[in-house]
Write a protein of this length. Structure first.
Length: 154
């Protein structure tokens, strides 16, 4: 079944993104060892990281909705599922990029602000986990498609 394989692939990609970020953040935290709360106004990351993080957060939500809104029942189920997968991958990338930037900024400066931004983005990414229920709610399904999805439920 195409939906099951798309969901498995998406789940694997999501898990890889989340675990990669968590592993990277953990390694950087233990390598750096410092956790300061002072803000150096000469550090360009103080301005860049929050802006990029907000752009990633809002941009991921906006682009995801735009891509999902383009799905129609006229398309084949396979086309809709592939576009759904593409929309999710783009969403994950737009969250993951700023999180990595925040981790790198923390590694360079030891500023707790950057690690907190990274932690918030990672938490948000974790909550974006793909599920069958989300897939059914977000893509337009015909009656035949819904019957096909009912066979997938445990």
């Amino acid at each position: 079944m195409q939906a099951k394989s798309i969901l498995k692939t998406l789940s694997l990609i999501h898990a890889a993104c989340c675990s990669g970020l968590l592993l990277c953040a953990g390694v950087v935290f233990f390598l750096n060892g410092s956790f300061s709360s002072s803000i150096d106004s000469d550090d360009v990351f103080v301005y860049v990281v929050p802006i990029v993080a907000m752009a990633g957060y809002f941009g991921s939500a906006f682009l995801y909705k735009e891509l999902i809104n383009k799905l129609t029942k006229d398309q084949s189920l396979v086309q809709r599922l592939r576009q759904y997968q593409t929309a999710n991958i783009i969403k994950y990338a737009l969250i993951e990029g700023p999180a990595f930037l925040a981790i790198v900024a923390y590694f360079q400066s030891g500023n707790a602000l950057f690690m907190m931004i990274a932690a918030c983005l990672i938490a948000y990414l974790i909550f974006q986990r793909p599920t069958l229920e989300k897939l059914q709610q977000e893509i337009p399904l015909s009656l035949e498609d819904e019957k096909e999805f009912d066979t997938l439920k445990p």
